[in-house]
Design a protein around this ligand. Structure first.
Ligand SMILES: NCc1[nH]cc(CCC(=O)O)c1CC(=O)O
Length: 318
């Protein structure tokens, strides 16, 4: 295995999706690796990979993503490119990543986590409590929909996809009065759109929201060494607990689940939430453990919630 650092003549290939957010994340990864190893930008090549999800999302722009495909819709082609060595590392939004990676690949490098909160977005930047009775809110996230309906059953939720610009246009056109976007995405894109951040206690974010993960071939010693140098350990500990929670719930993108871990000294605190898709019920629990036991904590919290939920909890009502 080639142990030497990349050079402009033999650059490290960074695979990513082509969306503006994905590209911003790939650039951040390149900048951090460049700084850690004192390498110029030309020692890296950013390789844009189109995924099934990108294609289908464009063709079927109004269909909920969950009807289009299953887990890995946005990662399959990127992981294939890693496995066949057409790229060396892959940059992902961890929120969209399945809990398990294919044989031969490892996901054990995380960049420092951005703001984990969701933002409430309207054309005028008004606060959530001002949303009038019966208002239409656009979101394609089952979690946000269920959390919203749980608090405000009067609201109407419509499917809302596309990039930030598309969603802002839909708001301007009056397709919906409000939407939710992750603060992390807006910050990474440097977008200054009117928004009101919602505290995590008010609306628990998705597992891994705001975190970037970098995947590599398990056997590649060079990328292992390079990624170790930029790995953010606290983010890794938080995600280990959150993703163990998600895995134990058998969470797919079709299930309204939220979870957030925080580090407090030598302890990790985890709060998790599962909801009925129509928002009629929301089960919340939290627990703490020594940091080293974060994964066990995630599994334990999931089991506690599943026990309270009983069979059929996630099924659609009527
Ligand atoms: N599912 C799409 C997605 N995946 C990651 C982010 C935002 C950035 C992040 O949470 O890391 C978004 C958009 C959004 O939820 O607004």
């Amino acid at each position: 295995m080639n142990q030497s650092l990349p050079t402009p003549a033999s650059p490290l290939k960074i695979g990513t999706r082509g969306s503006p957010l994905a590209l911003a994340q790939a650039h951040e990864t390149r900048a951090r690796l460049g700084a850690a190893f004192d390498l110029p930008a030309e020692a890296f090549e950013i390789v844009v990979i189109k995924t099934t999800g990108d294609d289908r999302a464009l063709i079927d722009a109004d269909r909920p993503l969950k009807e289009i495909g299953n887990k890995g819709l946005f990662t399959k082609e990127i992981e294939e490119a890693l496995l066949d060595s057409s790229i060396d590392i892959a940059v992902h939004s961890m929120k969209d990543m399945p809990v398990e990676q294919p044989e031969g690949l490892l996901l054990d490098c995380y960049l420092p986590r951005e703001d984990v909160r969701d933002a409430f977005v309207t054309v005028g930047g008004k606060p959530f409590f001002e949303l009038r009775q019966g208002a239409v809110v656009g979101t394609s996230s089952l979690r946000r929909k269920a959390q919203l309906l749980h608090r405000r059953p009067d609201l109407k939720v419509v499917e809302f996809r596309g990039n930030v610009q598309t969603r802002m246009r839909k708001l301007a056109e009056g397709v919906a009065e409000a939407t939710f976007l992750a603060c992390a995405g807006l910050n990474r894109l440097g977008l200054d759109i009117p928004r009101v951040a919602i505290e995590a206690e008010e609306m628990l974010p998705a597992v891994a929201q705001g975190a970037i993960g970098i995947e590599r071939r398990a056997q590649d010693a060079r990328t292992k060494r390079m990624l170790e140098a930029i790995h953010h350990v606290p983010t890794g500990k938080r995600l280990a607990a959150e993703r163990a929670f998600l895995a134990a719930l058998d969470g797919s993108c079709e299930t309204p689940i939220a979870g957030l871990a925080l580090l407090e000294g030598n302890e990790i605190w985890l709060r998790g939430e599962i909801l009925r898709p129509d928002g009629s019920e929301c089960l919340v629990d939290s627990a703490r453990a020594p940091v080293a036991q974060g994964e066990a904590l995630g599994r334990e919290l999931a089991e506690r919630l599943l026990e309270r939920a009983g069979p059929g909890f996630f099924e659609f009502q009527g």
